[in-house]
Design a protein around this ligand. Sequence first.
Ligand SMILES: O=C(O)C1=C[C@@H](OP(=O)(O)O)[C@@H](O)[C@H](O)C1
Ligand SMILES: C=C(OP(=O)(O)O)C(=O)O
Length: 428
Amino acid sequence: MTSLTLEPISHVSGTIHLPGSKSISNRALLLAALSEGETELSNLLVSDDVSHMLEALKQLGVNYSLSDGGTFCKVAGRGAAFSTDGLVELFLGNAGTAMRPLAAALALSPVDVRLTGEPRMEERPIGHLLDALRQLGADVSCEKNEGYPPLRIQGKALEGGRVTIDGSVSSQFLTAMLMAAPLVTGEVVIEIKGDLVSKPYIDITLALMKSFGVEVVNDHYKSFKIPAGQTYRSPGQFLVEGDASSASYFLAAAAIRGGEVTVTGIGENSLQGDTAFAQVLADMGAQVTMAADHIKVSRHGRLRGIDQDMNRIPDAAMTIATTALFADGPTTIRNIANWRVKETDRLAAMAAELRKVGATVDEGEDYLTIEPPTQLRHAEIETYNDHRIAMCFSLVALSDTPVTILDPGCTSKTFPTYFDEFARISER
Ligand SMILES: O=C(O)C1=C[C@@H](OP(=O)(O)O)[C@@H](O)[C@H](O)C1
Ligand SMILES: C=C(OP(=O)(O)O)C(=O)O
């Protein structure tokens, strides 16, 4: 296995132009494919998760042209549901933002498909989404274990109606139902059962649907109505904003080391909930400036530990877990039970790796408390094929201790050039 040792970094400063958001890239590609008209997408993310969506759309007969660098894509919208001629197999890696939305859109299209993924994808639940699709009359079956991929979908046009969906494990199931709803002939009403997790991602979904011409009536995140007779329409051009989760590592570096770091491509009006990460750094004692097109972080005093519910920022919250190594006092990250069903069991994995560098960690069912050590230890960080573990543990080098990241290439899921960009703001 390859590894990367980061030597101690004494200073950080600079500006990072963020790659496009994963969440927005994959939503925009799917909606552009379903739309009437041609869409020009710019600042598209170039990463494994987006490649899986692009490849799947190609196999479904969607015509598009991608620029050499892969950040610009012209999509010829179908103006209709998908269709296939015989069985088509789509491999979706470990991309939740491809598997869940495509499963729903294909279940409501006249297709015969198999959706497969990496071994970890077969352990990531999708049952709540399948329950909701089956209430509409969809024909979706699990080939190995009930409630998990791989899936066989014999899709068909459906009428719509009222469905209940459990929102307590992943918001991506609701996102998938919302985005697929305009494919049915009648009205769809989706009622939420259980506490809806990762809520800000639903705002991204609703904003994207609106950009592509579909209105949703949101009754306080308890029920959503998608009135009948709406079709997706291309906005013509669509700019993907920078990835706010990817921004978290650079902003945290400035908070830890005290140099000034700016990220561009996101700002105070961004669609992504993960921009709230900057506020968490401010709560820990960092100085944060939010402008329309950038976020800037520096620090003058010391960082202090915090105790917060981070359900709204599940991805960026992992960056707080390693930032906590540099704060005075313990930090508790609460309401993150669904970390266990992501790229790996992130609660167990983060606890294990934080202990290796010397922290005292209490791993609860749905929380993590991190007490920083007086002296960090050099450790080999196991990354469990989880891009965010690799990225958030790079921050350990912002000390007098090196850190070794095993399998650093796993950042390709969302940020293939992460370590090059991190080196650009680092001075030794
Ligand atoms: O809708 C999205 O784009 C995402 C939703 C979140 O997942 P959950 O809703 O499963 O928490 C997040 O962790 C994931 O990286 C992207
Ligand atoms: C949870 C994540 O990914 P996915 O979209 O596959 O759920 C993530 O990127 O942290």
